[in-house]
Unconditional design. Structure first.
Length: 188
């Protein structure tokens, strides 16, 4: 276990099992569709989950990515999601599946839902690895959430703090002194 992690919340094995369950749910939803749904990964946090999810599916899919930022290097959301990289595919008339790492405050999800519907998406489905309802500010829900987590600062399996810890194969609670020291300007 990484020395900056207080404890592991979700093991690699538990994550893998839920990813397969989410893929089966999506296969059931889209297997009879006439066209491949457009899967949108929200960079950078969802990349591990996104890749494992689409690889576990049997339904043909089209993939694209967006980069949306509401944290930067901070430990809390700014509440103002900013699209830093937009899609290359059109969503008009398509079944769109947004793949998120975590639904936290809800600001990003609300903004992306509004954007995709405004661009003419036929359907809009949200699949998230993690749901953190204790931090919700905007009333939004994912259609499928793999895990509900408490109000702790978690990292790993794509989730980061200041661009670190994404490559951990598990999800763990970051030690408080790591992000408290850095908010005071002390780098560890």
């Amino acid at each position: 276990m990484n020395a900056d992690i207080a404890r592991i919340v979700l093991t690699e094995e538990r994550i893998a099992g839920k990813v397969k369950e989410a893929a089966a749910w999506l296969d059931g939803k889209f297997s009879k569709a006439n066209t491949a749904p457009l899967f949108i990964g929200v960079l950078k946090g969802s990349v591990m989950f996104f890749c494992d999810l689409v690889r576990a599916m049997h339904t043909p899919v089209v993939i694209d990515f967006m980069k949306v930022s509401s944290y930067g290097t901070n430990a809390s959301s700014s509440g103002m999601p900013k699209i830093e990289m937009d899609l290359s595919e059109s969503v008009s008339g398509r079944d769109v599946v947004l793949v998120e790492d975590i639904v936290d405050s809800g600001f990003t999800l609300a903004r992306l839902r509004e954007l995709m519907i405004g661009r003419g998406a036929k359907t809009f489905t949200v699949v998230t690895l993690l749901d953190k309802p204790a931090r919700r500010v905007v009333s939004v829900r994912a259609d499928f959430a793999c895990f509900e987590v408490g109000d702790e600062f978690i990292v790993g399996y794509g989730l980061d703090y200041a661009q670190r810890y994404r490559n951990l194969p598990y999800i763990g609670v970051l030690k408080r002194e790591i992000y408290e020291d850095e908010t005071k300007g002390i780098k560890r």
